[in-house]
Design a binder for this molecule. Structure first.
Ligand SMILES: [Zn+2]
Length: 279
């Protein structure tokens, strides 16, 4: 036993711990013209607007694009000075724990001072939309496993981008199961089941998660290299249904997701792609 408090992984990435916070006070740590950040980080942003800056803070509620989920947008402002409009957020590749907020100052020249207290506010409606589509993707994948428990489906990539979302599996989902999987997904959705975020070690991840556990050791090694020695990884659980390793934002309950519709099941080179929409 130790008296030391347990390490919380990535405490500065507030969205990982509480996705319900939409406004947050933070402190400016850097404000850099876009053209002055490392080229490897510049490559994360396609065609940034002229006069763009990269802003970093001590902590953030802005979700950076990743895991199939689009980034948050919003504002970061000093009430007495100017407002920074955030159009895209990415995790730095040169320092992965650093969250880069890309944006512009539409109404004034940049006037934030070093260590300025800044109010962050994300577009809450957009966050809710992204969370709905992301949670729906996990529900749909779990429904596919429930309907075809003996098919040996292995979870693959996923995109939760509204309008072009899909979940992929290694294995075959015959088209005739489309309506049964869709019905099961909606059954799970309307049951008003809780959606939990957990921090688990690798053993628990493998024990509890339906899939997606390939590469967990690499993920841990990366975290250690970035100074996170907790040995914990993040997972999402649809209570009583199943869990996946996941870094995204979710709705607190499945009944908020809405109706899930399977658009198409496509097969190519042993991969089954289930495209879906949420209404
Ligand atoms: Zn996820």
């Amino acid at each position: 036993m130790t008296d030391q408090a347990p390490t919380i992984p990535s405490p500065s990435s507030v969205y990982l711990h509480d996705a319900s916070i939409h406004i947050l006070s933070s402190t400016l740590t850097s404000l850099t013209p876009f053209s002055s950040i490392p080229e490897l980080d510049q490559a994360l942003f396609k065609s940034p607007p002229a006069d763009s800056y990269i802003l970093t803070t001590d902590r953030t509620i802005f979700y950076p694009q990743g895991g199939g989920q689009p980034a948050d947008t919003g504002t970061i402002r000093d009430p007495e000075r100017s407002s920074f409009v955030v159009s895209l957020v990415r995790s730095s590749v040169t320092k992965p724990t650093r969250i880069l907020h890309l944006g512009t100052f539409p109404l004034a020249t940049p006037s934030f001072q070093p260590s300025s207290p800044l109010i962050q506010e994300i577009d809450a409606a957009k966050r809710a939309l992204h969370s709905r589509w992301h949670t729906a993707g996990h529900i749909l994948a779990l429904a596919a496993h429930q309907i075809l428990p003996s098919a040996g489906l292995i979870d693959g990539k996923a995109s939760h981008v509204p309008g072009s979302a899909n979940v992929e599996f290694k294995g075959t989902i015959p088209s005739e199961y489309k309506s049964a999987i869709e019905a099961r997904a909606n059954e799970l959705g309307t049951k008003d089941t809780a959606v939990y975020i957990h921090w688990w070690n690798v053993e628990t991840m493998r024990e509890k998660c339906q899939g997606g556990c390939e590469g967990l050791e690499d993920m841990l090694a990366g975290n250690r290299a970035d100074g996170d020695t907790s040995g914990l990884l993040r997972a999402v659980e649809i209570e009583g249904v199943g869990s996946y390793p996941c870094g995204g934002t979710h709705l607190p309950r499945t009944s908020d997701v809405g109706r899930i519709e399977i658009r198409k099941i496509a097969r190519k080179s042993g991969i089954c792609r289930v495209s879906y929409a949420v209404f």
